[in-house]
Write a protein that binds this ligand. Structure first.
Ligand code: HEM
Ligand code: HEM
Length: 182
Protein backbone atom coordinates (compact mmCIF):
# COMPACT_ATOMS: atom_id res chain seq x y z
CA UNK A 1 0.00 0.00 0.00
CA UNK A 2 1.67 3.27 -1.05
CA UNK A 3 2.33 5.94 1.59
CA UNK A 4 0.85 8.69 -0.58
CA UNK A 5 -2.71 8.87 -1.90
CA UNK A 6 -3.25 7.51 -5.38
CA UNK A 7 -6.05 8.26 -7.85
CA UNK A 8 -7.89 5.17 -6.52
CA UNK A 9 -7.35 5.21 -2.77
CA UNK A 10 -6.04 7.02 0.26
CA UNK A 11 -2.41 6.19 1.04
CA UNK A 12 -1.33 4.32 4.17
CA UNK A 13 -0.43 7.50 6.11
CA UNK A 14 -3.82 9.17 5.49
CA UNK A 15 -5.57 5.92 6.47
CA UNK A 16 -3.43 5.47 9.57
CA UNK A 17 -4.12 9.04 10.73
CA UNK A 18 -7.89 8.78 10.02
CA UNK A 19 -8.28 5.55 12.02
CA UNK A 20 -5.83 6.40 14.84
CA UNK A 21 -7.76 9.64 15.48
CA UNK A 22 -11.14 7.81 15.44
CA UNK A 23 -9.82 5.16 17.89
CA UNK A 24 -8.45 7.84 20.22
CA UNK A 25 -11.65 9.96 20.19
CA UNK A 26 -14.15 7.18 21.01
CA UNK A 27 -12.88 6.34 24.56
CA UNK A 28 -12.57 10.06 25.44
CA UNK A 29 -16.24 10.28 26.46
CA UNK A 30 -16.01 7.22 28.71
CA UNK A 31 -12.77 8.35 30.38
CA UNK A 32 -14.27 11.80 31.13
CA UNK A 33 -17.53 10.31 32.44
CA UNK A 34 -15.65 7.79 34.64
CA UNK A 35 -13.49 10.61 36.05
CA UNK A 36 -16.51 12.80 36.75
CA UNK A 37 -18.10 10.00 38.80
CA UNK A 38 -15.10 9.75 41.13
CA UNK A 39 -14.80 11.95 44.24
CA UNK A 40 -12.26 14.77 43.99
CA UNK A 41 -8.81 13.27 44.62
CA UNK A 42 -5.73 11.71 43.09
CA UNK A 43 -7.53 8.93 41.19
CA UNK A 44 -9.85 11.42 39.50
CA UNK A 45 -6.94 13.72 38.60
CA UNK A 46 -5.04 10.76 37.11
CA UNK A 47 -7.98 9.71 34.96
CA UNK A 48 -8.50 13.32 33.81
CA UNK A 49 -4.79 13.42 32.96
CA UNK A 50 -5.31 10.46 30.60
CA UNK A 51 -8.29 12.25 29.03
CA UNK A 52 -6.29 15.44 28.57
CA UNK A 53 -3.18 13.67 27.24
CA UNK A 54 -5.10 11.55 24.72
CA UNK A 55 -7.00 14.71 23.71
CA UNK A 56 -3.74 16.60 23.13
CA UNK A 57 -2.47 13.61 21.12
CA UNK A 58 -5.59 13.91 18.93
CA UNK A 59 -4.79 17.61 18.43
CA UNK A 60 -1.18 16.86 17.40
CA UNK A 61 -2.22 14.01 15.07
CA UNK A 62 -4.92 16.20 13.49
CA UNK A 63 -2.37 18.97 12.83
CA UNK A 64 -0.05 16.33 11.30
CA UNK A 65 -2.97 15.04 9.25
CA UNK A 66 -3.79 18.49 7.88
CA UNK A 67 -0.09 19.09 7.14
CA UNK A 68 0.11 15.76 5.28
CA UNK A 69 -3.11 16.56 3.38
CA UNK A 70 -1.55 19.84 2.18
CA UNK A 71 1.71 18.09 1.15
CA UNK A 72 -0.10 15.13 -0.42
CA UNK A 73 -2.24 16.80 -3.06
CA UNK A 74 -2.88 13.61 -5.03
CA UNK A 75 -6.31 12.91 -3.60
CA UNK A 76 -8.38 9.94 -4.72
CA UNK A 77 -10.58 10.92 -7.65
CA UNK A 78 -13.96 12.48 -6.88
CA UNK A 79 -17.00 10.24 -6.71
CA UNK A 80 -20.64 11.28 -7.09
CA UNK A 81 -22.42 14.27 -8.59
CA UNK A 82 -21.36 17.91 -7.86
CA UNK A 83 -23.98 18.21 -5.10
CA UNK A 84 -22.67 15.12 -3.30
CA UNK A 85 -19.06 16.28 -3.67
CA UNK A 86 -19.91 19.64 -2.12
CA UNK A 87 -21.75 17.95 0.77
CA UNK A 88 -18.80 15.58 1.36
CA UNK A 89 -16.28 18.46 1.30
CA UNK A 90 -18.42 20.52 3.71
CA UNK A 91 -18.88 17.53 6.03
CA UNK A 92 -15.16 16.73 6.05
CA UNK A 93 -14.30 20.41 6.64
CA UNK A 94 -16.70 20.48 9.59
CA UNK A 95 -15.18 17.29 11.01
CA UNK A 96 -11.68 18.79 10.81
CA UNK A 97 -12.90 21.97 12.55
CA UNK A 98 -14.67 20.05 15.32
CA UNK A 99 -11.77 17.66 15.89
CA UNK A 100 -9.48 20.71 16.28
CA UNK A 101 -11.89 22.78 18.40
CA UNK A 102 -12.61 19.91 20.82
CA UNK A 103 -9.10 19.56 22.31
CA UNK A 104 -8.36 23.31 22.00
CA UNK A 105 -11.47 24.09 24.10
CA UNK A 106 -10.36 21.48 26.66
CA UNK A 107 -6.85 22.92 26.75
CA UNK A 108 -8.23 26.47 27.26
CA UNK A 109 -10.67 25.13 29.89
CA UNK A 110 -7.82 23.59 31.91
CA UNK A 111 -5.74 26.77 31.54
CA UNK A 112 -8.66 28.92 32.76
CA UNK A 113 -8.81 26.71 35.90
CA UNK A 114 -5.02 27.01 36.25
CA UNK A 115 -4.54 23.26 35.79
CA UNK A 116 -1.48 22.03 33.86
CA UNK A 117 -1.86 20.29 30.48
CA UNK A 118 0.78 17.70 29.63
CA UNK A 119 1.36 14.90 27.15
CA UNK A 120 1.45 11.92 29.53
CA UNK A 121 3.70 13.98 31.82
CA UNK A 122 6.48 14.02 29.19
CA UNK A 123 6.03 17.61 28.14
CA UNK A 124 3.94 20.45 29.44
CA UNK A 125 1.95 22.73 27.15
CA UNK A 126 1.84 26.46 27.96
CA UNK A 127 -1.38 27.93 29.36
CA UNK A 128 -3.65 29.11 26.52
CA UNK A 129 -5.49 31.70 28.65
CA UNK A 130 -5.02 33.27 32.10
CA UNK A 131 -6.91 31.92 35.12
CA UNK A 132 -10.56 33.00 34.90
CA UNK A 133 -13.43 31.31 36.72
CA UNK A 134 -16.25 32.53 34.43
CA UNK A 135 -14.31 31.63 31.30
CA UNK A 136 -13.69 28.17 32.75
CA UNK A 137 -17.44 27.63 33.26
CA UNK A 138 -18.21 28.83 29.72
CA UNK A 139 -15.53 26.62 28.19
CA UNK A 140 -16.90 23.62 30.08
CA UNK A 141 -20.22 24.18 28.27
CA UNK A 142 -18.45 24.78 24.95
CA UNK A 143 -16.45 21.54 25.35
CA UNK A 144 -19.66 19.59 25.95
CA UNK A 145 -21.63 21.20 23.07
CA UNK A 146 -18.68 20.63 20.71
CA UNK A 147 -18.67 16.97 21.63
CA UNK A 148 -22.36 16.50 20.87
CA UNK A 149 -21.90 18.37 17.57
CA UNK A 150 -18.96 16.10 16.70
CA UNK A 151 -20.99 12.98 17.49
CA UNK A 152 -23.87 14.25 15.31
CA UNK A 153 -21.69 15.06 12.29
CA UNK A 154 -19.71 11.81 12.74
CA UNK A 155 -22.96 9.78 12.69
CA UNK A 156 -24.02 11.44 9.41
CA UNK A 157 -20.48 10.77 8.09
CA UNK A 158 -20.65 7.07 9.05
CA UNK A 159 -24.15 6.70 7.55
CA UNK A 160 -22.90 8.33 4.34
CA UNK A 161 -19.95 5.89 4.21
CA UNK A 162 -22.28 2.91 4.73
CA UNK A 163 -24.74 4.25 2.14
CA UNK A 164 -21.91 4.45 -0.42
CA UNK A 165 -20.70 0.95 0.42
CA UNK A 166 -23.93 -1.01 0.68
CA UNK A 167 -26.41 0.90 -1.50
CA UNK A 168 -24.38 2.76 -4.11
CA UNK A 169 -21.75 -0.04 -4.05
CA UNK A 170 -18.92 2.35 -4.98
CA UNK A 171 -15.35 2.46 -3.62
CA UNK A 172 -15.75 5.31 -1.07
CA UNK A 173 -15.51 3.08 2.01
CA UNK A 174 -12.93 0.71 0.54
CA UNK A 175 -10.55 3.51 -0.36
CA UNK A 176 -10.35 4.56 3.33
CA UNK A 177 -10.44 0.98 4.63
CA UNK A 178 -7.32 -0.28 6.45
CA UNK A 179 -8.09 -3.82 5.22
CA UNK A 180 -8.78 -3.54 1.51
CA UNK A 181 -7.64 -1.84 -1.64
CA UNK A 182 -10.04 -0.90 -4.38
C1 HEM B 1 -10.51 14.55 21.15
C2 HEM B 1 -10.47 15.29 22.17
C3 HEM B 1 -11.49 15.36 23.29
C4 HEM B 1 -12.76 14.85 23.38
C5 HEM B 1 -13.53 14.04 22.35
C6 HEM B 1 -13.28 15.25 24.67
C7 HEM B 1 -14.55 14.94 25.16
C8 HEM B 1 -15.00 15.22 26.43
C9 HEM B 1 -16.30 14.84 26.96
C10 HEM B 1 -17.36 14.08 26.20
C11 HEM B 1 -16.37 15.29 28.24
C12 HEM B 1 -17.53 15.13 29.20
C13 HEM B 1 -18.41 16.33 29.11
C14 HEM B 1 -19.52 16.29 30.11
O1 HEM B 1 -20.40 15.47 29.98
O2 HEM B 1 -19.47 17.10 31.04
C15 HEM B 1 -15.12 15.95 28.54
C16 HEM B 1 -14.81 16.54 29.76
C17 HEM B 1 -13.63 17.19 30.00
N1 HEM B 1 -12.57 17.36 29.13
FE1 HEM B 1 -12.45 16.69 27.25
N2 HEM B 1 -12.32 15.97 25.33
C18 HEM B 1 -11.21 16.06 24.51
C19 HEM B 1 -10.02 16.70 24.80
C20 HEM B 1 -9.73 17.36 25.98
C21 HEM B 1 -8.49 18.05 26.26
C22 HEM B 1 -7.30 18.16 25.31
C23 HEM B 1 -8.60 18.56 27.52
C24 HEM B 1 -7.62 19.38 28.30
C25 HEM B 1 -6.37 19.55 28.00
C26 HEM B 1 -9.91 18.18 28.03
C27 HEM B 1 -10.39 18.50 29.28
C28 HEM B 1 -11.59 18.09 29.78
C29 HEM B 1 -12.03 18.39 31.15
C30 HEM B 1 -11.24 19.17 32.20
C31 HEM B 1 -13.31 17.82 31.27
C32 HEM B 1 -14.20 17.82 32.52
C33 HEM B 1 -15.14 18.98 32.46
C34 HEM B 1 -16.11 18.95 33.59
O3 HEM B 1 -15.66 18.83 34.73
O4 HEM B 1 -17.30 19.03 33.30
N3 HEM B 1 -10.58 17.45 27.05
N4 HEM B 1 -14.31 15.91 27.41
C1 HEM C 1 -14.78 10.47 15.02
C2 HEM C 1 -15.08 9.86 13.90
C3 HEM C 1 -14.61 10.28 12.53
C4 HEM C 1 -14.05 11.45 12.10
C5 HEM C 1 -13.74 12.70 12.91
C6 HEM C 1 -13.76 11.32 10.67
C7 HEM C 1 -13.19 12.29 9.85
C8 HEM C 1 -12.98 12.18 8.51
C9 HEM C 1 -12.43 13.21 7.65
C10 HEM C 1 -12.03 14.60 8.12
C11 HEM C 1 -12.33 12.71 6.40
C12 HEM C 1 -11.83 13.43 5.15
C13 HEM C 1 -10.48 12.94 4.74
C14 HEM C 1 -9.87 13.84 3.69
O1 HEM C 1 -9.21 14.80 4.08
O2 HEM C 1 -10.09 13.60 2.49
C15 HEM C 1 -12.83 11.36 6.44
C16 HEM C 1 -12.91 10.50 5.36
C17 HEM C 1 -13.52 9.28 5.39
N1 HEM C 1 -14.07 8.65 6.51
FE1 HEM C 1 -14.11 9.34 8.38
N2 HEM C 1 -14.17 10.07 10.27
C18 HEM C 1 -14.68 9.41 11.38
C19 HEM C 1 -15.19 8.13 11.45
C20 HEM C 1 -15.38 7.32 10.35
C21 HEM C 1 -15.96 5.99 10.38
C22 HEM C 1 -16.42 5.24 11.64
C23 HEM C 1 -16.01 5.56 9.09
C24 HEM C 1 -16.53 4.24 8.56
C25 HEM C 1 -17.76 3.86 8.65
C26 HEM C 1 -15.42 6.58 8.26
C27 HEM C 1 -15.25 6.51 6.90
C28 HEM C 1 -14.62 7.44 6.10
C29 HEM C 1 -14.42 7.29 4.68
C30 HEM C 1 -14.89 6.10 3.85
C31 HEM C 1 -13.74 8.43 4.24
C32 HEM C 1 -13.27 8.74 2.79
C33 HEM C 1 -14.32 9.48 2.04
C34 HEM C 1 -13.87 9.68 0.61
O3 HEM C 1 -13.24 8.81 0.05
O4 HEM C 1 -14.18 10.74 0.05
N3 HEM C 1 -15.05 7.64 9.05
N4 HEM C 1 -13.22 11.06 7.73
Amino acid sequence: MPLRNTAEAYGSLAKFLHWAIVLLIVPQYFIAEAAEELPKGLERLQLMDWHKSFGMLVLLLTLARIGWKIMNRGLPGPIGNPWQRKAAAAGHGLLYLLVLAQPISGWAMSSAANYPVTLFGWLQFPALVAENHDLHETLEEVHEVLFYSLVTVAIVHILAALYHHFLLKDSVLRRMSPFSRP
